[in-house]
Design a protein around this ligand. Structure first.
Ligand code: NDP
Length: 309
C-alpha cells in the first residue's frame, strides 16, 4: 500500500517558533541590558541526557540567550542539589532552571523539582504550575505536550470537538497532554497499562498520541484510517532482529542500522502510521525538535514575566 498521510514536519515548525523567539530575545536584551538566561542542571553521566542538554544549550546560544550547564557528579546528594537550586533561584540573571531527568537514583527527584522557583520552572513540572495547567490558568507548560499543541495548531488540525486518545499517563507527557487537549475542547481518553482492549479504544481517536516508551507498540489495529497520529516515543533499537521486525519493508532504514549499529524508532509502527494516518509525525524529526523550541519560548516567557526592567 502507498503511504497516504501528510507528514507533520517538526523541524519546520521548530524553525518557525525559533524565528519568533529571536526578536523577543533582542527586545529583552535592549530593555534589560542582558539576555534571557537558562541554567541546565545535568547530574551524572547519562549519555542520552548529555546529548539532549547539548542541543538545548546550543539552541539557546543560537538565539542569543545566555545558557550554562552545571554538572554535579553522579554521587551528588539530594541536599547538595537542593543547595544548588536555591543558588539558582536567587541569581537574578537566571530566568529559567531546567533539571535534566532522570536524576541519579539516590536523589529525591520530587524534592528537587519542588525546590525550583515556580517563576523559573521552564519545564512546567513544579506542582504550582501543574496546578495552573489543571485550572487552565497561565504558567509554563511542559515542553513536549506544549510543542504538540503548537504543531496541531500550525498544521491546521482541528482539536475542538474531536476525539483524542492519549496512551501514557506520565506527569511529563501523558497527563499534561491530555489536559491541554481537554482545554482545547477535545473529548479526551487517557490509556495506560491497565486499559482493557487498547486497540479498540485507540481506533476511536481522531487524534491519537502515543507516549509509551515501547518501540513500535502502536500498530495498524490501533489506528483509524485518516486519524492524526502523534508519536512521542524515542526508542533506540540495538538488536538487528528488532530492526528487521519493524523495518522489514524499509531497506534504507535497515541499511542505516547496519551502518550505525542502532536506529531510533517511536512508539508507533512507522509503516502502519504512514499507511493509515491522515497526518503523522516521523521519528526522528516529528515531536522531538518541538520540545527544545518550546523550552526556548518558555525561558523567554519566564524572563519577560519575572523581570521588571
Ligand atoms: P513513562 O515511562 O513515564 O510513561 C509511559 C506510560 O506509558 C505509562 O503511563 C505507562 O502506563 C504507559 N504504558 C507503558 N506500556 C504500556 C502498554 N503496554 N499499554 C498501555 N500503556 C502503556 O514515559 P514518558 O511519558 O516519560 O515518555 C514516553 C515516551 O516518550 C518515551 O519513549 C520517551 O523517550 C518519549 N519522550 C519523548 C520526548 C520528546 O521530546 N519527543 C520527551 C519526553 C519523552 P502505566 O502508567 O500504567 O505504567
Amino acid at each position: 500500500m502507498e503511504a497516504m498521510g501528510r507528514i507533520l514536519d517538526g523541524a519546520h515548525i521548530r524553525d518557525q517558533i525559533k524565528a519568533e523567539c529571536a526578536p523577543r530575545v533582542a527586545q529583552f536584551l535592549q530593555r534589560c541590558g542582558r539576555p534571557p538566561g537558562l541554567s541546565v542542571v545535568l547530574a551524572g553521566n547519562n549519555q542520552a541526557s548529555q546529548v539532549y542538554v547539548r542541543s538545548k544549550t546550543r539552541t539557546a546560544a543560537e538565539l542569543g540567550m545566555y545558557s550554562e550547564t552545571l554538572t554535579p557528579p553522579a554521587s551528588v546528594s539530594t541536599e547538595e542539589l537542593l543547595e544548588l537550586i536555591r543558588e539558582l533561584n536567587a541569581r537574578p540573571e537566571i530566568d529559567g532552571i531546567l533539571v535534566q531527568l532522570p536524576l541519579p537514583p539516590q536523589v529525591d527527584t520530587q524534592a528537587i523539582l519542588q525546590a525550583v522557583s515556580p517563576l523559573k520552572d521552564v519545564d512546567g513540572f513544579h506542582p504550582v504550575n501543574a496546578g495552573n495547567l489543571m485550572a487552565n490558568r497561565p504558567g509554563p507548560r511542559p515542553c513536549t505536550p506544549a510543542g504538540i499543541m503548537e504543531m496541531l495548531r500550525r498544521s491546521g488540525i482541528a482539536v475542538a470537538r474531536q476525539k483524542a486518545v492519549v496512551v501514557g499517563r506520565s506527569d511529563i507527557v501523558g497527563k499534561p497532554m491530555a489536559l491541554l487537549l481537554l482545554h482545547a475542547d477535545a473529548t479526551v481518553t487517557i490509556c495506560h497499562t491497565k486499559t482493557p482492549d487498547l486497540p479498540a479504544v485507540c481506533r476511536e481517536a481522531d487524534i491519537l498520541v502515543a507516549a509509551i516508551g515501547r518501540p513500535a507498540f502502536v500498530t495498524a489495529e490501533h489506528i483509524r484510517p485518516g486519524a492524526t497520529v502523534i508519536d512521542v516515543g524515542i526508542n533506540r533499537l540495538t538488536e538487528r532482529s528488532e530492526a528487521e521486525r519493524i523495518f522489514q519493508r524499509d531497506p534504507a532504514k535497515l541499511a542505516a542500522f547496519d551502518q550505525k549499529g542502532s536506529l531510533l524508532v517511536g512508539d508507533v509502527d512507522p509503516l502502519a502510521m504512514a499507511e493509515r494516518a491522515g497526518a503523522w509525525t516521523p521519528v526522528p524529526g516529528g515531536v522531538g525538535p518541538l520540545t527544545i523550541a518550546m523550552l526556548m519560548a518558555n525561558t523567554i516567557d519566564c524572563a519577560e514575566h519575572r523581570t521588571a526592567c
